[in-house]
Design a protein around this ligand. Structure first.
Ligand code: TXA
Ligand code: MG
Length: 323
């Protein structure tokens, strides 16, 4: 893959049907035109992802997003108004625009209007080149299937350079602000259902819509069920007081915990975030660092589970399930 900082060049490559790893405010995505079946097939191949796992379509604005849907409930409009551009993905009944190759054959489509300025410039350019105001970039996180999502251009290269075409691009937009994937909300029913926690929290959704989150969903969100986001090192979730009475670990261990938590002797401090937002931002690079150091075990003390803390805990639980 070749790295660039030129969003115009990235848009031209996308218009031609090439793959471009794109920066977003959450994590880097492996992008390709959402209207080209052959391009989307390349995304699945490079990622090593099963074909029935649907992709998120990224578009420039709200009107473009609704072009991908056949109907949009009022509460979804409220969420879009309040959170877009930003780290929220909305699942809706699909329109004819969304092919089976995007939705994994489901009758729903996932759409999102990202806020990252470099991604926005890329989308603007792509709209201009193609003349289609609703043109979409399909982009799963730019990691191999089941692995940790990349939050820098360098992490994308570490994940995908061996699998992508040498001419595919990585658009470097700097480190991602949020650090964990977008909140996904199923908006196909009477009330919103949270499918994946993220920076937009459950209480944000209830406040914005004035509705209680539902629990029943017909929507299948593969990738949310199995272990995911897993480094090679084993991940174990612990409390700060567990650290005072650690049994012999019998190998090398690292620690991720808020800065006030003291590192036990013999343990490598991987990261000491100041708060839950900071924890989300550094989590994936800390997990990568554990593998770079060839550690056997990562001990993680989660932040309190309010707001984005619940997204951090969700990802830690999945990483810990990955043994
Ligand atoms: O922050 C993000 O959302 C990043 C950036 C690049 O936008 N993207 C991302 O994509 O995390 P991915 O493919 O790694 O995760 C998308 C999740 C998958 O679990 C998939 O099953 C679910 O969204 N999804 C996609 N389309 C869906 C649909 N139509 N219905 C239900 N779930 C869907
Ligand atoms: Mg992913």
């Amino acid at each position: 893959m070749r790295t660039t900082t030129d969003a115009r060049k990235a848009a031209a490559a996308l218009a031609d049907g090439r793959l471009v790893a794109v920066p977003t405010e959450t994590v880097y995505g492996l992008g390709g035109r959402a209207d080209l079946a052959t391009t989307v097939a390349c995304i699945y191949e490079v990622k090593g992802r099963p074909a029935d796992h649907p992709l998120i379509v990224h578009v420039i604005d709200i009107e473009a997003a609704w072009q991908w849907a056949s109907s949009v409930p009022e509460y979804a409009r409220q969420l879009a108004q309040a959170c877009w551009p930003g780290p929220l993905t909305i699942v809706l009944p699909r329109s004819a625009r969304a092919g089976d190759f995007i939705t994994g054959g489901q009758a729903t489509v996932a759409v999102r209007v990202p806020s990252h300025p470099v991604m926005r410039t890329t989308l603007e350019q792509l709209v201009e080149i193609t003349g289609d105001p609703a043109i979409g970039i399909a982009a799963p996180s730019a990691n191999r299937f089941g692995k940790v999502s990349p939050t820098t251009a360098q992490h994308v290269l570490e994940e995908l350079d061996d699998y992508a075409d040498p001419d595919d691009l990585v658009l470097d937009g700097g480190p991602c602000e949020v650090g964990v994937e977008s909140t996904i909300v199923d908006c196909t029913g009477e009330q919103p259902v949270l499918l994946r926690p993220g920076h937009v929290s459950a209480s944000d959704i209830e406040r914005i819509t004035g509705m209680t989150l539902g629990t029943r969903t017909q929507v299948r969100a593969p990738g949310m069920l199995e272990s995911h986001y897993s480094p090679t090192a084993r991940v174990q979730i612990v409390t700060a007081s567990d650290l005072n009475q650690l049994p012999a670990i019998g190998g090398s261990a690292g620690l991720i915990a808020l800065e006030e938590v003291v590192t036990p002797p013999g343990v490598v401090r991987l990261s000491a975030p100041a708060d839950a937002e900071d924890y989300a931002r550094i989590l994936y690079s800390a997990l990568r660092e554990a593998d770079a150091l060839d550690l056997d075990l990562v001990l993680a003390v989660p932040p309190s589970s309010e707001g984005i803390g619940s997204a951090v805990l969700d990802r830690l639980l999945r990483a810990a399930a990955g043994e």
